[in-house]
Design a protein around this ligand. Sequence first.
Ligand code: URP
Ligand code: ZN
Ligand code: ZN
Length: 457
Amino acid sequence: MSILIKNGHVANASEDYTADVYIEGEKIIAIGANLNYKADKTIDATGKVVIPGGIDPHVHLDMPFMGTFSSDDYTTGTRAALFGGTTMVIDFILQTQGDSLYNALRTWQKKSAGKALGDYSYHMAVTDFNDNTAKEVVDMIEKEGITSFKTFMAYKGALMIDDGQMVQLMKVVKDNGGMVTVHATNGDMIDSMIAKNRSLGNRAPLYHYLSQPEVTEAEASARFTDMLNYTGCKGYIVHLTCEGALNAVREATKRNQTVNVETCIQYLVLDASLYQQDFDGAKWVMSPPLREKKDQEALWAGINQGLVKVVATDHCPFTWEQKQMGKDDFSKIPNGHPAIEHRMELLFSEGVNKNRITLPKFVELTSTNAAKLFGMYPRKGNIGIGADADIVIINPKKTHVISAKTHNMNTDYSGYEGFEVTGKTETVLMRGKVAIENDKCLIEPGYGQFVRRSKVS
Ligand code: URP
Ligand code: ZN
Ligand code: ZN
């Protein structure tokens, strides 16, 4: 199958220009003005934006968490992602404490085999670091193409590792060409505040927010940054939300240290005022919680200063029934919210269309930087000759309204109900196949492939 995209406004992270793009099979073959190829299908992209397929490096599909499972699996999650222009996701494998990384890998391979529509890879969450884990980390990098290792500084008793384990993990990962990523919040401080609030009878979702103040994230981000500096390991902070944590990373630049930062779309466009309502606030119970307007300003500035490199989702959806698990106690509300479908359109609307970021910056944040940081560039995150033909065509002027009635995620509510966004994903190519066209998904489960990733240079 060959496809010719004519006359689009093509954007990469480095530049944007008007051009045609010619695709054969799964790859991009040519880019230029007035290309003269006879193709099986021609798409007129006049007035449209043509960008690399989005990469969301932070999603949780079919994940066991807080006594239940996130409600999107590899089929519903990657399908919804495609509707919003995300052609690849990186999901998290969770090691069970007391068990091996390989057993966890096999569990996630079963969850994903034959089910994904879009491409996917895994981060490996190390929740129990010991001598055997250290050996398995090397095998993950060398044999399995899994080169990033997630750590949690919170969720004690389930996922958290201590600072000693963290430093030992960093040493192994550094010596073998990987990256350590982190949920950077101070778990002990948070647990004590949760216990205090519960004992006082403060059980509403608002107290989820009040139990995780900014200092818990700023402190852990600074501590993680210091441990990276000590070990020389490459690091990435996931879902960074606030000014204090960003300042810890900024401070580290003074000693010429680079710490990679991801924020998520919700922290740019939603704020903590949403918790000022009764149980409805459970829709936004996630960790870290939504923050203040001043934090949103800090994050937008951090993006343009090059400190924030990736905008992801931390997509961890639950149905409204699942959220009821915490009806009488905020600490039992499954943490997470659905966003995999809306990241690109929300960022386009709030960022590019409101002149907060340029179009190349949008591409950098939604695909190119994730591809570079996680060992997939230039195959992914790039409209270039020889790259995978994962391509999104956006109508930049088309306005639409987000609603649970029309979204494709497996949740019966939306954290963005009624949000009007300008900029609509119209066509999505997934390794050379038309995946989304005329609001229909045209590919089947099983088309999505596991992507082996390279070492981090
Ligand atoms: O609330 C969240 N973020 N749920 C998913 C797990 C995590 O911490 O990323
Ligand atoms: Zn997290
Ligand atoms: Zn997460």
